[in-house]
Write a new protein. Structure first.
Length: 430
């Protein structure tokens, strides 16, 4: 960088020297380069003897010489002007070059300064961006670590609370399960006591029926609210029997089937299912259930009896008699078997055999309202209204609630038109 001022100074001095020497050179050039006077062409004439020059001719010649000299001076001036113009152009170009040489370092410096500033700005921007990215990454990492630590601590606390809640819930659930189990056992026990008192009767007094409805409703609620609570085959069977006595036959069938699923060889389950299906008006299904009971327990008289009963409901009285006989043969002391056989014989108009069966049933169970009612039907079928009314009175004395049944029973339609039937109700104390 130190050599540039020296070079520029040298060039300036040289140019100034040239500028000062330019006029002198121009004048010398003009003096040395002056054109000679033009030659006058002469025609090739025969060389005569020279004539003497006249004064007029000498003047003319003198004027021509002066004119030629004047023309030469004008040409010299024009050449000087051209040289001067050329020199001025050259000087202008040199001045321009000097200006450029002076300006180029300044421009170059400015360009270098601009480039340097741009590089610095770029570096600052890159460093700032890198610093920002690093800072953001550090902040993000710190935030992630903080959040992770907090989340882990919260997870630990949540797991501890969850374990505590689970333990409390399991404990409460266990208490509820125990309470439900205890309530179920008490309810089933009371049902068993009522069923034992009812025995084989298909009907119960109204108060007992209401209590059975309450107990079965409680059991159904327990089963719904505690689905994990286990019902044994015995529990389901007692519930089904109570529902049957409460005349809730659809639900009774469901519990009978549940009991049979747990204990397929349950004689009480098949017997209860068969009689419930018969009460629902499905005698053919009842026959099938009784036959399954007979297949599993051929010595069980209730299977034969139930089959005969279902066949009688289908008015197949002849087919019912062998089933009744099989039941009586297995358990001849059961009054219900004799009663139902007597009813089938009445429908077959074998009245004497029917009355004999009714008498045997009454000897076995003198307080059977159903036997008196069936025997009255047998007398009514034989057109013996007095005996029919007497036996109806005995039946109504034991079951006063049967008055509604009697007034709608088609077997007593003819008897209801008699005077004796009307007097029976006008003087009744049932």
């Amino acid at each position: 960088m130190r050599t540039k001022p020296f070079i520029i100074s040298t060039l300036a001095v040289s140019l100034l020297s040239l500028r000062l020497a330019a006029p002198t050179s121009a004048q010398s050039f003009a003096q040395t380069e002056a054109l000679p006077p033009p030659e006058i062409p002469s025609s090739p004439l025969p060389a005569p003897e020279p004539a003497p020059i006249l004064p007029a001719q000498q003047e003319t010649i003198q004027r021509l010489i002066e004119a030629e000299i004047a023309g030469s001076q004008q040409l010299t001036d024009r050449v000087d002007d051209k040289v001067r113009d050329h020199f001025e152009l050259t000087m202008n170009l040199l001045n321009l070059l000097i200006t450029l040489l002076i300006a180029i370092p300044i421009g170059t410096g400015f360009v270098f300064w601009w480039l340097r500033q741009s590089v610095i700005d770029r570096l600052v921007s890159d460093i700032r961006r890198q610093f920002q990215q690093e800072n953001e990454q550090i902040v993000k990492q710190q935030l992630e670590e903080t959040v992770t630590a907090r989340l882990q601590s919260q997870i630990v606390l949540f797991e501890a609370e969850l374990d505590q809640l689970r333990a409390d819930f399991e404990q409460r659930l266990h208490h509820l399960y125990q309470d439900a189990e205890k309530e179920k056992e008490l309810t089933v026990r009371e049902l068993g006591q009522i069923l034992a008192a009812v025995g084989q009767n298909d009907t119960v007094p109204a108060p007992v029926g209401y209590r059975l409805q309450e107990l079965t409703g409680r059991l159904k609620s327990i089963k719904t609210d505690s689905p994990n609570l286990t019902f044994s085959a015995s529990d389901s069977l007692k519930t089904a029997e109570a529902l049957y006595l409460a005349q809730q036959y659809d639900e009774a069938v469901a519990f009978y089937r549940e009991a049979l699923a747990l204990e397929p060889d349950s004689a009480k389950g098949w017997q209860g299912l068969a009689k419930t299906l018969r009460q629902m008006g499905h005698p053919s299904e009842a026959v099938t259930a009784n036959e399954e009971l007979i297949r599993r327990h051929p010595q069980n008289p209730w299977g034969w009896f139930g089959k005969g009963y279902a066949l009688a409901d289908m008015r197949q009285y002849e087919a019912a008699l062998p089933a009744y006989d099989a039941a009586i043969q297995l358990e001849p002391s059961r009054s219900t078997f004799w009663k139902q056989k007597g009813y089938a014989l009445t429908r077959l108009r074998r009245y004497d055999e029917a009355l004999d069966c009714f008498d045997k049933a009454l000897r076995l169970n003198p307080d059977s309202a159903g036997t008196y009612y069936a025997k009255a039907d047998c007398y009514a079928a034989q057109q013996q209204p007095e005996l029919a009314v007497d036996h109806l009175k005995e039946a109504l004395r034991r079951r006063p609630d049967w008055q509604v049944r009697l007034k709608a029973d088609p077997d007593f339609e003819a008897l209801r038109r008699s005077e004796l039937f009307g007097r029976m109700f006008s003087h009744s104390t049932y």
